[in-house]
Design a protein around this ligand. Structure first.
Ligand SMILES: Cc1c2[nH]c(c1CCC(=O)O)Cc1[nH]c(c(CCC(=O)O)c1C)Cc1[nH]c(c(CCC(=O)O)c1C)Cc1[nH]c(c(C)c1CCC(=O)O)C2
Length: 346
Protein backbone atom coordinates (compact mmCIF):
# COMPACT_ATOMS: atom_id res chain seq x y z
CA UNK A 1 0.00 0.00 0.00
CA UNK A 2 1.15 3.48 -0.82
CA UNK A 3 2.30 5.90 1.86
CA UNK A 4 0.93 8.97 0.11
CA UNK A 5 -0.78 11.05 2.78
CA UNK A 6 -3.82 11.92 0.67
CA UNK A 7 -4.46 8.25 -0.15
CA UNK A 8 -4.13 7.31 3.52
CA UNK A 9 -6.79 9.87 4.45
CA UNK A 10 -9.03 8.55 1.67
CA UNK A 11 -8.63 5.03 3.07
CA UNK A 12 -9.97 6.36 6.38
CA UNK A 13 -6.78 6.93 8.36
CA UNK A 14 -6.57 9.78 10.87
CA UNK A 15 -3.16 11.50 10.74
CA UNK A 16 -1.49 13.86 13.21
CA UNK A 17 -0.90 16.36 10.42
CA UNK A 18 -3.63 16.35 7.78
CA UNK A 19 -2.50 16.39 4.15
CA UNK A 20 -3.21 19.66 2.38
CA UNK A 21 -3.98 21.00 -1.09
CA UNK A 22 -6.06 23.93 -2.27
CA UNK A 23 -8.86 24.38 -4.79
CA UNK A 24 -7.67 26.56 -7.72
CA UNK A 25 -4.11 26.25 -6.41
CA UNK A 26 -2.90 26.87 -9.96
CA UNK A 27 -4.43 30.26 -10.64
CA UNK A 28 -4.21 33.96 -11.13
CA UNK A 29 -2.98 34.79 -7.59
CA UNK A 30 0.40 33.32 -8.69
CA UNK A 31 2.66 35.47 -10.92
CA UNK A 32 4.13 32.33 -12.54
CA UNK A 33 0.58 31.23 -13.53
CA UNK A 34 -0.14 34.61 -15.09
CA UNK A 35 3.10 34.40 -17.09
CA UNK A 36 2.35 30.91 -18.46
CA UNK A 37 -1.25 31.87 -19.24
CA UNK A 38 0.04 34.87 -21.21
CA UNK A 39 2.40 32.55 -23.09
CA UNK A 40 -0.54 30.27 -23.96
CA UNK A 41 -2.60 33.25 -25.15
CA UNK A 42 -5.84 32.61 -23.29
CA UNK A 43 -7.39 30.31 -20.72
CA UNK A 44 -8.80 27.68 -23.10
CA UNK A 45 -5.57 27.51 -25.11
CA UNK A 46 -3.81 26.86 -21.81
CA UNK A 47 -6.25 24.04 -20.93
CA UNK A 48 -5.69 22.34 -24.30
CA UNK A 49 -1.88 22.71 -24.31
CA UNK A 50 -0.62 19.62 -22.42
CA UNK A 51 2.91 20.95 -21.81
CA UNK A 52 1.75 24.30 -20.45
CA UNK A 53 -1.22 22.85 -18.54
CA UNK A 54 1.19 20.43 -16.85
CA UNK A 55 3.54 23.34 -16.13
CA UNK A 56 0.86 25.40 -14.31
CA UNK A 57 -0.27 22.29 -12.40
CA UNK A 58 3.31 21.84 -11.17
CA UNK A 59 3.88 25.50 -10.20
CA UNK A 60 2.07 25.39 -6.81
CA UNK A 61 3.72 22.03 -6.05
CA UNK A 62 7.18 23.55 -6.56
CA UNK A 63 6.34 26.71 -4.62
CA UNK A 64 4.50 25.12 -1.67
CA UNK A 65 4.94 21.34 -1.70
CA UNK A 66 1.21 20.60 -1.49
CA UNK A 67 0.35 16.93 -0.90
CA UNK A 68 -1.80 16.80 -4.04
CA UNK A 69 -1.76 18.32 -7.50
CA UNK A 70 -5.05 18.83 -9.34
CA UNK A 71 -5.08 18.54 -13.09
CA UNK A 72 -5.32 21.95 -14.72
CA UNK A 73 -8.45 21.99 -16.90
CA UNK A 74 -12.06 23.16 -16.50
CA UNK A 75 -15.45 21.59 -15.86
CA UNK A 76 -16.80 23.23 -19.04
CA UNK A 77 -14.53 21.30 -21.40
CA UNK A 78 -16.97 18.36 -21.28
CA UNK A 79 -19.90 20.37 -22.74
CA UNK A 80 -17.51 21.61 -25.40
CA UNK A 81 -16.57 18.01 -26.19
CA UNK A 82 -20.30 17.23 -26.46
CA UNK A 83 -20.60 19.89 -29.16
CA UNK A 84 -21.48 23.09 -27.27
CA UNK A 85 -19.65 26.29 -28.23
CA UNK A 86 -17.54 27.60 -25.35
CA UNK A 87 -15.61 30.82 -24.88
CA UNK A 88 -14.46 32.96 -21.95
CA UNK A 89 -15.10 36.70 -21.70
CA UNK A 90 -12.23 38.35 -19.81
CA UNK A 91 -13.37 39.69 -16.46
CA UNK A 92 -16.82 38.08 -16.80
CA UNK A 93 -16.44 34.32 -17.12
CA UNK A 94 -17.65 31.53 -19.39
CA UNK A 95 -20.16 31.71 -22.23
CA UNK A 96 -21.72 28.69 -23.98
CA UNK A 97 -24.27 28.03 -26.69
CA UNK A 98 -27.49 27.16 -24.82
CA UNK A 99 -29.49 23.94 -24.52
CA UNK A 100 -33.15 24.81 -23.92
CA UNK A 101 -35.09 22.68 -26.45
CA UNK A 102 -35.25 19.09 -27.63
CA UNK A 103 -33.61 20.21 -30.90
CA UNK A 104 -30.65 21.74 -28.99
CA UNK A 105 -30.30 18.53 -27.02
CA UNK A 106 -30.52 16.32 -30.12
CA UNK A 107 -27.68 18.30 -31.71
CA UNK A 108 -25.26 17.24 -28.96
CA UNK A 109 -22.89 14.32 -29.54
CA UNK A 110 -23.15 10.98 -27.74
CA UNK A 111 -21.02 10.48 -24.62
CA UNK A 112 -18.73 8.02 -26.40
CA UNK A 113 -17.61 10.81 -28.80
CA UNK A 114 -16.00 13.14 -26.24
CA UNK A 115 -12.47 11.76 -26.40
CA UNK A 116 -11.31 13.44 -29.59
CA UNK A 117 -11.69 16.93 -28.09
CA UNK A 118 -10.51 15.85 -24.63
CA UNK A 119 -7.42 13.87 -25.64
CA UNK A 120 -5.03 16.77 -24.83
CA UNK A 121 -6.37 16.66 -21.26
CA UNK A 122 -5.46 12.97 -20.98
CA UNK A 123 -2.00 13.87 -22.30
CA UNK A 124 -1.65 16.49 -19.53
CA UNK A 125 -2.51 13.80 -16.96
CA UNK A 126 0.08 11.42 -18.34
CA UNK A 127 2.81 14.09 -18.34
CA UNK A 128 1.94 14.89 -14.72
CA UNK A 129 1.99 11.30 -13.62
CA UNK A 130 5.59 11.13 -14.88
CA UNK A 131 6.74 14.51 -13.56
CA UNK A 132 5.16 14.89 -10.14
CA UNK A 133 7.27 14.16 -7.06
CA UNK A 134 6.60 10.61 -5.91
CA UNK A 135 4.93 11.73 -2.67
CA UNK A 136 2.40 13.97 -4.47
CA UNK A 137 -1.04 12.58 -5.33
CA UNK A 138 -2.51 13.43 -8.74
CA UNK A 139 -6.21 14.38 -8.66
CA UNK A 140 -8.34 14.38 -11.80
CA UNK A 141 -11.77 16.00 -11.86
CA UNK A 142 -14.99 16.79 -13.65
CA UNK A 143 -18.04 18.89 -12.95
CA UNK A 144 -21.04 17.06 -11.58
CA UNK A 145 -23.94 16.82 -14.07
CA UNK A 146 -26.22 19.36 -12.33
CA UNK A 147 -23.54 22.06 -12.12
CA UNK A 148 -22.44 21.54 -15.72
CA UNK A 149 -26.09 21.55 -16.85
CA UNK A 150 -26.69 24.93 -15.15
CA UNK A 151 -24.03 26.45 -17.43
CA UNK A 152 -25.28 24.62 -20.54
CA UNK A 153 -28.89 25.71 -20.08
CA UNK A 154 -28.13 29.34 -19.20
CA UNK A 155 -25.12 29.72 -21.50
CA UNK A 156 -23.23 31.35 -18.62
CA UNK A 157 -22.85 31.41 -14.85
CA UNK A 158 -25.97 32.56 -12.99
CA UNK A 159 -26.43 33.67 -9.36
CA UNK A 160 -29.45 31.41 -8.69
CA UNK A 161 -29.27 28.83 -11.52
CA UNK A 162 -32.71 30.14 -12.57
CA UNK A 163 -32.70 28.94 -16.20
CA UNK A 164 -31.78 25.35 -15.23
CA UNK A 165 -34.47 25.30 -12.52
CA UNK A 166 -37.02 26.60 -15.04
CA UNK A 167 -36.17 23.94 -17.63
CA UNK A 168 -36.19 21.22 -14.96
CA UNK A 169 -39.67 22.32 -13.82
CA UNK A 170 -41.13 22.86 -17.32
CA UNK A 171 -39.71 19.87 -19.17
CA UNK A 172 -38.40 17.35 -16.67
CA UNK A 173 -37.94 14.62 -19.30
CA UNK A 174 -35.68 16.82 -21.44
CA UNK A 175 -33.75 18.00 -18.39
CA UNK A 176 -33.34 14.44 -17.11
CA UNK A 177 -32.05 13.46 -20.57
CA UNK A 178 -29.39 16.17 -20.35
CA UNK A 179 -28.39 14.97 -16.87
CA UNK A 180 -28.12 11.39 -18.19
CA UNK A 181 -25.94 12.45 -21.11
CA UNK A 182 -23.67 14.41 -18.75
CA UNK A 183 -23.54 11.46 -16.36
CA UNK A 184 -22.38 9.16 -19.16
CA UNK A 185 -19.95 11.76 -20.53
CA UNK A 186 -18.47 12.27 -17.06
CA UNK A 187 -17.92 8.53 -16.65
CA UNK A 188 -16.10 8.44 -20.01
CA UNK A 189 -14.03 11.53 -19.20
CA UNK A 190 -12.98 10.47 -15.70
CA UNK A 191 -12.32 6.91 -16.76
CA UNK A 192 -9.74 8.11 -19.31
CA UNK A 193 -8.17 10.44 -16.74
CA UNK A 194 -7.75 7.44 -14.44
CA UNK A 195 -6.25 5.35 -17.24
CA UNK A 196 -3.80 8.20 -17.95
CA UNK A 197 -2.64 8.28 -14.30
CA UNK A 198 -5.10 10.16 -12.08
CA UNK A 199 -4.95 8.52 -8.64
CA UNK A 200 -8.08 10.18 -7.23
CA UNK A 201 -10.98 11.90 -8.96
CA UNK A 202 -13.14 14.73 -7.66
CA UNK A 203 -16.66 15.68 -8.72
CA UNK A 204 -17.38 19.42 -8.42
CA UNK A 205 -21.07 20.10 -7.79
CA UNK A 206 -20.63 23.81 -7.13
CA UNK A 207 -24.37 24.58 -7.36
CA UNK A 208 -25.71 21.53 -5.47
CA UNK A 209 -26.92 23.90 -2.74
CA UNK A 210 -29.72 25.24 -4.94
CA UNK A 211 -31.33 21.77 -5.28
CA UNK A 212 -33.90 20.94 -2.60
CA UNK A 213 -35.81 17.81 -1.59
CA UNK A 214 -36.49 15.33 -4.39
CA UNK A 215 -34.52 17.48 -6.86
CA UNK A 216 -31.40 17.03 -4.73
CA UNK A 217 -31.92 13.26 -4.78
CA UNK A 218 -32.60 13.12 -8.53
CA UNK A 219 -29.99 15.56 -9.81
CA UNK A 220 -27.16 15.68 -7.24
CA UNK A 221 -27.21 12.40 -5.35
CA UNK A 222 -28.25 9.88 -8.04
CA UNK A 223 -25.89 11.08 -10.80
CA UNK A 224 -22.99 11.04 -8.31
CA UNK A 225 -23.96 7.55 -7.19
CA UNK A 226 -24.09 6.32 -10.80
CA UNK A 227 -20.77 7.91 -11.77
CA UNK A 228 -18.97 6.57 -8.68
CA UNK A 229 -20.40 3.04 -9.04
CA UNK A 230 -19.35 2.82 -12.69
CA UNK A 231 -15.86 4.27 -12.06
CA UNK A 232 -15.28 1.81 -9.23
CA UNK A 233 -16.53 -1.07 -11.39
CA UNK A 234 -14.08 -0.12 -14.15
CA UNK A 235 -11.21 0.89 -11.84
CA UNK A 236 -11.48 -1.04 -8.56
CA UNK A 237 -10.20 0.93 -5.60
CA UNK A 238 -10.19 4.36 -7.28
CA UNK A 239 -10.97 6.90 -4.53
CA UNK A 240 -13.56 9.58 -5.26
CA UNK A 241 -14.04 12.97 -3.57
CA UNK A 242 -17.52 14.47 -3.93
CA UNK A 243 -18.14 18.20 -3.46
CA UNK A 244 -21.86 18.97 -3.21
CA UNK A 245 -21.12 22.61 -2.34
CA UNK A 246 -23.51 24.33 0.08
CA UNK A 247 -25.49 21.11 0.54
CA UNK A 248 -25.91 21.98 4.25
CA UNK A 249 -27.88 19.21 5.99
CA UNK A 250 -27.62 17.10 2.85
CA UNK A 251 -23.90 16.65 3.48
CA UNK A 252 -25.06 14.19 6.13
CA UNK A 253 -25.14 10.69 4.64
CA UNK A 254 -23.94 11.89 1.22
CA UNK A 255 -20.86 9.65 1.23
CA UNK A 256 -22.86 6.56 2.15
CA UNK A 257 -25.60 7.28 -0.38
CA UNK A 258 -23.20 7.90 -3.28
CA UNK A 259 -20.25 5.64 -2.46
CA UNK A 260 -17.85 8.61 -2.28
CA UNK A 261 -14.69 8.08 -0.21
CA UNK A 262 -14.61 11.69 0.92
CA UNK A 263 -17.00 14.61 1.10
CA UNK A 264 -15.54 18.06 0.48
CA UNK A 265 -17.10 20.78 2.63
CA UNK A 266 -17.61 24.45 1.91
CA UNK A 267 -17.17 26.94 4.75
CA UNK A 268 -20.88 27.59 5.35
CA UNK A 269 -20.85 24.60 7.74
CA UNK A 270 -18.74 24.66 10.91
CA UNK A 271 -15.90 22.17 11.22
CA UNK A 272 -17.24 20.94 14.56
CA UNK A 273 -20.72 20.28 13.12
CA UNK A 274 -19.16 18.45 10.18
CA UNK A 275 -16.92 16.38 12.48
CA UNK A 276 -20.01 15.28 14.42
CA UNK A 277 -22.33 14.63 11.47
CA UNK A 278 -20.29 14.00 8.30
CA UNK A 279 -16.83 12.77 9.32
CA UNK A 280 -18.49 9.97 11.32
CA UNK A 281 -18.97 8.24 7.93
CA UNK A 282 -15.41 8.75 6.66
CA UNK A 283 -12.96 11.24 5.23
CA UNK A 284 -13.84 14.91 4.89
CA UNK A 285 -12.02 17.69 3.05
CA UNK A 286 -12.05 21.38 3.88
CA UNK A 287 -13.02 23.93 4.92
CA UNK A 288 -11.19 27.23 5.53
CA UNK A 289 -12.91 30.30 4.04
CA UNK A 290 -10.91 31.39 1.00
CA UNK A 291 -11.23 35.03 2.15
CA UNK A 292 -8.46 34.27 4.69
CA UNK A 293 -6.07 33.97 1.72
CA UNK A 294 -6.75 37.67 1.08
CA UNK A 295 -6.82 38.93 4.68
CA UNK A 296 -4.24 36.69 6.42
CA UNK A 297 -3.06 37.48 9.95
CA UNK A 298 -4.03 35.98 13.28
CA UNK A 299 -7.58 35.22 12.14
CA UNK A 300 -6.18 32.90 9.45
CA UNK A 301 -4.02 31.12 12.05
CA UNK A 302 -6.85 30.77 14.59
CA UNK A 303 -9.40 29.50 12.10
CA UNK A 304 -6.90 27.05 10.52
CA UNK A 305 -6.06 25.59 13.96
CA UNK A 306 -9.73 25.28 14.85
CA UNK A 307 -10.44 23.28 11.68
CA UNK A 308 -7.42 20.99 12.18
CA UNK A 309 -8.46 20.35 15.78
CA UNK A 310 -12.12 19.73 15.01
CA UNK A 311 -11.21 17.04 12.46
CA UNK A 312 -8.18 15.60 14.27
CA UNK A 313 -9.93 12.44 15.46
CA UNK A 314 -10.66 11.13 11.98
CA UNK A 315 -9.62 11.17 8.34
CA UNK A 316 -9.23 14.73 7.03
CA UNK A 317 -7.71 16.49 4.03
CA UNK A 318 -7.16 20.19 4.71
CA UNK A 319 -8.44 22.53 1.98
CA UNK A 320 -10.32 25.76 1.46
CA UNK A 321 -14.13 25.82 1.36
CA UNK A 322 -13.99 27.02 -2.27
CA UNK A 323 -11.36 28.11 -4.77
CA UNK A 324 -8.67 30.68 -3.93
CA UNK A 325 -9.43 34.05 -5.53
CA UNK A 326 -7.14 36.12 -7.81
CA UNK A 327 -6.70 38.84 -5.15
CA UNK A 328 -5.18 36.38 -2.62
CA UNK A 329 -1.67 36.98 -1.26
CA UNK A 330 0.69 34.04 -1.97
CA UNK A 331 2.28 34.59 1.47
CA UNK A 332 -1.02 33.83 3.19
CA UNK A 333 -1.04 30.44 1.47
CA UNK A 334 2.35 29.71 3.01
CA UNK A 335 1.07 30.85 6.42
CA UNK A 336 -1.89 28.43 6.14
CA UNK A 337 0.40 25.53 5.20
CA UNK A 338 2.84 26.29 8.03
CA UNK A 339 -0.03 26.52 10.51
CA UNK A 340 -1.50 23.18 9.40
CA UNK A 341 1.86 21.41 9.43
CA UNK A 342 2.77 22.74 12.87
CA UNK A 343 -0.59 22.56 14.62
CA UNK A 344 -0.86 18.80 14.33
CA UNK A 345 2.25 18.36 16.46
CA UNK A 346 1.28 20.81 19.16
C1 LIG B 1 -17.95 26.34 -11.74
C2 LIG B 1 -16.56 25.87 -12.15
C3 LIG B 1 -15.85 26.24 -13.32
N1 LIG B 1 -14.65 25.58 -13.29
C4 LIG B 1 -14.56 24.82 -12.15
C5 LIG B 1 -15.77 24.95 -11.45
C6 LIG B 1 -16.13 24.20 -10.20
C7 LIG B 1 -15.44 24.68 -8.99
C8 LIG B 1 -15.84 26.06 -8.56
O1 LIG B 1 -17.01 26.22 -8.19
O2 LIG B 1 -14.96 26.94 -8.56
C9 LIG B 1 -13.47 23.93 -11.73
C10 LIG B 1 -12.09 24.29 -12.06
N2 LIG B 1 -11.60 25.34 -12.79
C11 LIG B 1 -10.25 25.28 -12.83
C12 LIG B 1 -9.83 24.11 -12.15
C13 LIG B 1 -8.39 23.66 -12.14
C14 LIG B 1 -7.91 22.97 -11.00
C15 LIG B 1 -7.72 23.80 -9.74
O3 LIG B 1 -6.69 24.49 -9.62
O4 LIG B 1 -8.57 23.69 -8.82
C16 LIG B 1 -10.97 23.51 -11.63
C17 LIG B 1 -11.10 22.28 -10.77
C18 LIG B 1 -9.36 26.26 -13.48
C19 LIG B 1 -9.88 27.60 -13.81
N3 LIG B 1 -11.08 27.91 -14.39
C20 LIG B 1 -11.16 29.26 -14.62
C21 LIG B 1 -9.95 29.85 -14.16
C22 LIG B 1 -9.60 31.31 -14.28
C23 LIG B 1 -9.34 31.55 -15.74
C24 LIG B 1 -8.21 32.48 -16.05
O5 LIG B 1 -7.03 32.13 -15.88
O6 LIG B 1 -8.55 33.56 -16.54
C25 LIG B 1 -9.14 28.83 -13.66
C26 LIG B 1 -7.76 28.92 -13.11
C27 LIG B 1 -12.28 29.98 -15.30
C28 LIG B 1 -13.66 29.58 -14.92
N4 LIG B 1 -14.17 28.31 -14.98
C29 LIG B 1 -15.47 28.32 -14.54
C30 LIG B 1 -15.82 29.65 -14.22
C31 LIG B 1 -17.16 30.07 -13.64
C32 LIG B 1 -14.70 30.44 -14.49
C33 LIG B 1 -14.61 31.94 -14.42
C34 LIG B 1 -14.52 32.43 -13.05
C35 LIG B 1 -13.13 32.91 -12.77
O7 LIG B 1 -12.61 33.63 -13.63
O8 LIG B 1 -12.58 32.57 -11.70
C36 LIG B 1 -16.32 27.12 -14.42
Amino acid sequence: MTDKTILKALRGEAQDVPPIWMMRQAGRYLPEYRATRAQAGDFLSLCYNPELAAEVTLQPIRRYGFDAAILFADILLLPQALGADLWFVTGEGPRLSTVTSQADFDALKPASDVHEVLSPIYETVSILSRELPQETTLIGFAGAPWTVATYMVAGRGTPDQGPAHALKDENRALFAGLIDLLTEGTIEYLSRQIEAGAEVVKLFDSWAGSLKGQDFDDFALQPARRIIAELKARHPGIPVIAFPREAGDRYVGFAKATGADCVALDNSVSAQWAADHVQVDGCVQGNLASSHMVTGGQALIDETREIVQAFQGGPHIFNLGHGITPDADPENVQLMIDTVRNSGRG
